[in-house]
Design a protein around this ligand. Structure first.
Ligand code: SAM
Length: 228
């Protein structure tokens, strides 16, 4: 895959480090064309002008906006999970179009907080997954906050077992959308009440209880099935 992430899409771009290493692995040479993206939705076709072991100079030939984003940005407010489950959720939900992850500290979570190293790793996973799914937007991964710190939203949905409302009967694409999913132990009644005050509507993901890491993927999958 000849797609490379750059900081800014200026007319001439100097690359170094792992991206150049990757170019060498792909046996790219002077004159070859590659795709560049900047993480904010812009992409470009570019030509390698000069490449040595550690650096490469590229010239942008054509810039365009990538249209693979969902109709409005989606933020997934995701409760902290044990082990490597957050990584799996961030990877899959980036492929499914999430624009931003807001990690959450919740009452029944098995994990109280997240170390800096793990946050950096999640950001890297979001970048890799974005690249892999050919998106030009790299979702942000925001460090954990409490539910009280979560803002009131215009349109939000919280996945909660034993509810009746469904996502697809309430979703309209007239504003950005927030989703919230709970930890292994679920959200407490007080947390659901708080989320409702912040405009999150409780919705079902079917009659069965899904694992905490399956629920966000099922939620985003419902959107993907509509073809957006
Ligand atoms: N005993 C917990 C409860 O009743 O909330 C189960 C929590 S479940 C393992 C983890 C999270 O996945 C939940 O907080 C919810 O966000 C989501 N979830 C799992 N199954 C669901 C379903 N059938 N409908 C809606 N949300 C679900």
């Amino acid at each position: 895959e000849k797609r490379f992430k750059v900081e800014t899409l200026s007319d001439t771009i100097e690359l170094s480090g792992p991206e150049v290493q990757h170019m060498r692995v792909l046996r790219l040479k002077n004159g070859d064309e590659v795709h560049l993206f900047d993480g904010s939705g812009w992409e470009a076709r570019a030509r390698i002008e000069e490449m040595d072991t550690f650096t490469a100079t590229l010239v942008v030939l054509e810039k365009f906006q990538n249209d693979l984003e969902l109709p409005k940005p989606i933020t997934l407010a995701l409760a902290l999970l044990k082990g490597d489950k957050l990584a799996d959720v961030v990877r899959a939900c980036t492929e499914l179009g999430v624009s931003r992850f807001q990690l959450l500290k919740t009452q029944y979570a098995d994990v109280p907080d997240l170390g800096d190293n793990k946050l950096v790793r999640l950001k890297r996973i979001a970048e890799e997954a974005s690249k892999q799914s050919r998106r030009a937007v790299v979702p942000e991964v925001l460090s954990p906050i409490t539910l009280k710190q979560l803002p009131s939203v215009t349109k939000g949905f919280v996945a909660h077992p034993h509810t009746q409302s469904t996502l697809l009967e309430h979703l309209t694409w007239d504003s950005e959308v927030w989703f919230a999913t709970g930890p292994e132990g679920g959200f407490s009644a007080a947390e659901i009440e708080l989320l409702q005050h912040k405009n999150f509507l409780p919705i079902t993901l079917g009659k069965r209880i899904l694992r905490a890491e399956t629920a966000p993927i099922a939620l985003l999958g419902a959107l993907a099935s509509t073809g957006v």
